[in-house]
Design a protein around this ligand. Structure first.
Ligand SMILES: [Zn+2]
Ligand SMILES: [Zn+2]
Length: 357
């Protein structure tokens, strides 16, 4: 009996054991499902740029890497086991797991359904610990995850599940600000940058009914921007193209994490316009306060989304047939996928097929 109580969930994963080294197969044991837990057989796990930063320990001050590190917080799979108290899922359902897997559940943000801002600090899906602050969390580059049902999302519908995985980070990161500022028909919306985040921003803003313009520094992205549904494409380094657009946008979603000039885009906002940043350039950014004061403009930040909004986003995407554009790979190709993601040589997300590991 005691052995049965302590036995866990044998899991096959892929880990980096030290900064600068490659992924290796890594077998570990997840907890046995507790009454409120589900055990998920992972089918697909997206590769988010933050996986790369953490695997390489490039954020030592904000997110120092703890090894062995199994990344992955864009997870979709089939529910294989449910605890006795689980009500939301049954065996065979499709579940999604995003960037956090627990939080204190008592503080004001947790009570408000924005668990990502938990005052005590949420439990991240990987490179973190459970709320006991001891047990390490390992992410979705693995074949199983055990999670409290309150931190798993229902994927209502089948179809292309590989394209669903990136919704759990890139999707909610862009949906949340678009939703918060009620982007919709009759609004002029700009999306700055067309990478993993930007391509989701375009698809979502188009599905919400807005008139969408993509701003990019690379002319080669124009065809793709239009294929994703964007109504306009503007080369942001062209002063001639940018100048006539001043004071014309309701909302701009800035997804760029490379150094860039914020004022160039703030100037495009009309009266009461809002620009939301979701990318984090390595160095602080300078801008002139006048570019906010003129026009009563707002510059706002946004971090993923809480559990209720993440579920809402998934439901919106399933209903409106919004998926991430993905390139599916086997786990042995993770290093190649990392190199290509760093070079922006992916349209638009790598997703690892974890079904046959
Ligand atoms: Zn992510
Ligand atoms: Zn909390």
């Amino acid at each position: 009996m005691i052995a049965a109580e302590t036995e866990g969930t044998a899991t096959k994963g892929f880990a980096v054991h030290e900064a600068g080294t490659n992924f290796q197969p890594f077998d570990f044991v997840r907890r046995k499902p507790r009454p409120n837990d589900i055990a998920v057989d992972i089918q697909y796990s997206g590769i988010c740029h933050s996986d790369i930063h953490q695997a390489k320990n490039e954020w030592p001050d904000i997110m120092p890497a703890t090894y062995p590190l199994v990344p992955g917080h864009e997870i979709v799979g089939r529910v294989a086991k449910v605890g006795d108290a689980v009500t939301k899922f049954k065996v065979g359902d499709i579940a999604g797991i995003g960037c956090i897997v627990d939080s204190c559940r008592e503080c004001q943000p947790c009570q408000s359904g924005v668990e990502q801002y938990c005052i005590k600090g949420a439990a991240f899906t990987y490179n973190g610990t459970e709320m006991d602050r001891v047990t390490p969390t390992y992410g979705g580059y693995s074949d199983k995850y055990v999670v409290d049902e309150n931190f798993a999302m229902k994927v209502n519908g089948e179809g292309d599940l590989a394209g669903v995985a990136p919704l759990l980070c890139a999707g909610i990161t862009t949906y949340s600000p678009l939703n918060r500022f009620k982007v919709g028909p009759g609004q002029k919306v700009g999306v700055v940058g067309l990478g993993g985040l930007g391509h989701m921003g375009v698809k979502l803003a188009v599905a919400m009914g807005a008139d969408v313009t993509v701003f990019s520094t690379s002319p080669s992205k124009e065809g793709d921007a239009r294929k994703l549904g964007a109504h306009n494409f503007v080369l942001s380094k062209s002063a001639e193209a940018m100048e006539p657009l001043r004071n014309t946008f309701n909302f701009i979603l800035d997804t760029v994490s490379a150094p860039h000039d914020l004022m160039q885009f703030l100037g495009l906002l009309g009266l009461n316009g809002v620009m939301v940043v979701v990318g984090v350039p390595p160095e602080p950014t300078m801008f002139h306060q006048g570019s906010l004061i003129m026009g009563n403009r707002s510059l706002v930040g946004s971090l993923i989304g809480g559990m209720p909004e993440t579920q809402e986003m998934l439901d919106f995407c399933m209903k409106n047939n919004v998926r991430s554009d993905v390139e599916v790979i086997t786990p042995d190709r993770i290093p190649e996928a990392y190199d290509r993601t760093i070079k922006s040589d992916v349209r638009y997300r790598f997703v690892i097929d974890m079904q046959n590991v």
